[in-house]
Design a protein around this ligand. Structure first.
Ligand code: AMP
Ligand code: GLY
Length: 424
């Protein structure tokens, strides 16, 4: 079978590497992929948002199955466009991808079906929103309705900051039309956990839990990034929390989407906060997380293509989805300056064999050499029997990678390790 993966990040590289192990895969394409992925897939130079060209390429090359991972493409209906030419995909159609595409939709869904989340109000004009924050409890959380490259959330500590956030989102349109409507919600506290789940519209199977590290600097300082590293499993996601999530969040969500005539097929990502009142949903994503995928997928002990196709075909209940009883750590190597200004174009060298996996993201080929081409350059991933060893191993392997302006956090997994020790 010929399979194509749409996207160009470390998440897509992790999926490609895992699909390479699947029995049913004869040929793998990455569209567009990146310069560090060429060993694992044929990278096709078509932009991720050039849907028509992608559909054409899939048709001309008789590709049988397409894995669509990026949020914009799912929300814009790439799965629907491929279905029109009779090609099956892993990923939700446009109707179901709205669970990430509109925060107003997802918050209303949770309210209607009693799924625990922060209490909230929706605003369609700045005047009402500005009036509301005059008396809203602080801090308050202001979110653009639509996709905003993961940046559409502002936590305002003061009334002035809340007013500024409303004005910049709704009037100055810093997130474009994504900010035409906003959600203002209660500020929750507690540790966070990311849980990805395979879904076929009716059946949902959660994957091993993960912990992201979103801030650029050690000790969760600095700006928010796309993610500087991850560990799995997440110590705060205990068996008790997991059961509560299945009963009160995961199954009610998949049933709610079905009841709304929007059955969700693909990977549903639950961004959770474990509050004093139990787990609550921070956000849904309609796709694999990045860099969560880089630690979750290597721990999968089943055939990824088979599971993905079962999600598409509605036969997930017949499949066994197994995970290794191990731990994983991903340390992101970035270009110094990310997520703001940084330089790239520097050759990447790998000194000897890496004991683990390298998932490339911001990398491209230049005169036959792999050079840096983005903020997050790659994820270095190690697996071990326990988290402590996985972290130590991942960090040891990062020393084998060199490029100018290499930057990493030095405390990925430190908080998780402490929490595991407290739980023990
Ligand atoms: P999101 O883009 O929705 O994942 O939000 C980004 C980050 O903002 C989350 O990972 C949380 O750390 C934080 N956040 C979002 N919503 C809330 C909330 N209601 N209370 C506290 N923190 C939040
Ligand atoms: N790591 C969070 C995300 O993929 O949105």
């Amino acid at each position: 079978m010929k399979v194509a993966v749409i996207g160009s990040g470390g998440r897509e590289h992790a999926i490609v590497k895992k699909l390479k192990e699947s029995k049913g895969v004869d040929k793998l394409y990455a569209i567009p992929g990146n310069g560090g992925m060429t060993m694992d897939a044929e990278c096709v130079a078509i932009g991720v948002n050039e849907t028509e060209k992608i559909v054409d390429f899939v048709k001309t090359n008789d590709i049988n199955y397409v894995v669509v991972t990026p949020d914009n493409q799912l929300v814009d209906g790439m799965v629907d466009a491929l279905a029109e030419i009779g090609v099956k995909c892993f990923g939700p159609d446009k109707k179901a991808a709205i669970i990430e595409g509109s925060k107003v939709f997802s918050k209303n869904l949770m309210k209607k079906y009693g799924i625990p989340t922060a209490s909230y109000e929706v605003f369609t004009n700045p005047e009402d929103a500005l009036e509301y924050v005059k008396t809203a409890p602080l801090p308050t959380v202001i979110k653009a309705d639509g996709l905003a490259l993961g940046k559409g959330v502002i936590i305002a500590e003061t009334r002035e900051a809340a007013e500024k956030a409303i004005e910049s989102i709704m009037e100055d349109k810093i997130f474009g039309e994504s900010g035409a409507n906003i959600v203002i919600e209660e500020f929750m506290t507690g540790p966070e956990a990311s849980v990805l789940a395979f879904c076929d519209g009716k059946t949902l199977i959660p994957m091993v839990s993960a912990m992201d590290h979103k801030r650029a600097k050690d000790n969760d300082k600095g700006l928010n990034t796309g993610g500087m590293g991850t560990v799995a499993p997440n110590p705060y996601y205990t068996d008790k929390v997991a059961q509560e999530c299945i009963d009160k969040i995961f199954m009610p969500t998949i049933r709610a989407m079905e009841a709304e005539g929007r059955p969700f097929k693909g990977c549903l990502f639950f961004g959770l906060m474990i509050t004093a009142d139990g787990p609550k949903v921070i956000e849904y994503n309609c796709r694999f997380g990045d860099p969560e995928t880089q630690v979750v997928i290597p721990l999968l002990d089943s055939d990824l293509l088979e599971i993905m196709m079962a999600c598409t075909d509605g036969t997930l209940a017949e499949k066994e989805v197994k995970f290794k009883d191990s731990a994983a750590c991903c340390v992101v190597l970035a270009s110094n300056g990310y997520p703001e200004k940084y330089e790239s174009g520097f050759p990447i060298t790998v000194d000897g064999e890496v004991d683990g996996k390298l998932y490339y993201a911001g990398a491209k080929l230049k005169e036959g050499k792999v050079v840096t081409a983005g903020g997050r350059v790659m994820g270095v991933v190690a697996l071990a029997d326990d988290l402590k060893s996985a972290i130590a191993k991942a960090y040891k392997e990062t020393d084998k990678i060199s490029f100018e302006n290499k930057y990493k956090r030095n405390d990925i997994g430190a908080r998780a390790l402490k929490a595991f020790e407290e739980v023990k």
